[in-house]
Design a protein around this ligand. Sequence first.
Ligand code: HEM
Length: 473
Amino acid sequence: METISIVIYICILLSTLFSYPLIKKQKKKHERLVKLPPGSMGWPLIGETLQLYSQDPEVFFTAKQKRYGEIFKSHILGCPCVMLASPEAARFVLVSHAHLFRPTYPKSKEKMIGPSALFFHQGSYHSHLRKLVQSSLSPETIRKLAPDIEAIAISALDSWASGQVVNSFHEMKKFSFDVGILSIFGRLDDKYREKLKENYSIVDKGYNSFPTNIPGTPYAKALEARKRLSEIVNEIICEREEKKLLDKDLLGYLMNFKDERGQVLTKDQIADNIIGVLFAAQDTTASLLTWILKYLHDDRILLEAVKAEQKTIYEVNDGGKRPLTWSQTRKMPLTYRVILESFRMASIISFTFREAVVDVEYKGYLIPKGWKVMPLFRNIHHNPEFFPDPQNFDPSRFKVAPKPNTFMPFGKGEHSCPGNELAKLETLILIHHLLTKFKWEVVGSQNGIQYGPFPVPQRGLPAKFWKESKHDV
Ligand code: HEM
């Protein structure tokens, strides 16, 4: 018996040894047949990170696309990656072959947002959470939030209208934070809101700093504040449990969830998803709103036309005495086109990251397993083939729907943005009140872009706001 086993063992060993070069040869042959995309990998270790981050990223991506075409390789932030600048390639990665790619974020960012947040996951955990987030942000749910969003917008605008110069981006961040809190917790007690705001702003400051846990550094402070955020969310959960409150907001959906096996979400899972949604909601919307301020400010004829559209609604509402209705927000065609064109022009999410989970072949090129894959939304949005004269801000181009997969401000596929309706609603409401009652003037010449990491007009677009008087009209 023992001799038979030894013979079998030797046979397996020999066959493995002999077949190894064959397997290697076949793999080599596969690699020769399917080659890596063109491009350069830059310096050892740092790759092309400096080239990308030392200039406007658009210059880097556009130069690469011109030189190598719509698919090219590079090496950034310590990772080899393939960048894709065509609508078909973006669809391939995000929709039709999404199962071959997984979401990927630097570990330090994952830790800061919360590892159980839905962005980092795939499969059943992701789809369960996504359904909950989508339900809490569906048009049927958010239409009920319109009056509260309106109150937040009016109070924000009143606070800017002191004649002092304000940092528009910072002010827009406060506004989008308050709307985010509303959509997650409904009407939240002021004491919780203030504590969340205070700690979230510490997280925000440390999020993009060097990830070191040395006490006193912005990153270490942010991690501490992040812990406190979880504790505050837990306090709110306990209070709701004690009072047996069954609110139909995101927190309510998360607290009441049970999977098919009766499993509920842990408090950490709930907190990570709440902080995750707040994070996804704030800077994105604030950046869009700041760009809209700039685009309208720079085109007086367009500004007057949008103003006329909004004033008509204002008059129907008895000079603003009656609140804006949900259906009125659905009938602002010019304002809506300005929003779409701002999404295209500013391309706030310039690209996203995935990682290949297996070797993938795309159009004769190999995307090796473990490589990062980046669909470049901004390059697609600025491609003259899909958007003629792309550097010109022209909302009328959206009178005709863009070609399929050429316009993806909210991404595509199973990770696309569930907050898109809310982002548009709060933007429409803020624009309505801004244009019907206020005026603003940008301070200094503002033509640069600042990346932090979202593109924002330089220095956050300093501006003065004031209430329009009868003489101004
Ligand atoms: C101007 C505003 C916004 C823009 C441009 C934007 C853009 C995006 C994009 C491009 C993605 C997909 C990222 C990827 O595929 O890797 C995304 C995902 C996401 N967004 Fe937004 N977003 C905005 C506002 C919001 C708001 C207001 C919320 C919530 C209240 C929100 C919640 C989320 C969440 C939770 C995800 C992750 C979805 C998932 O992984 O399944 N976003 N967003």
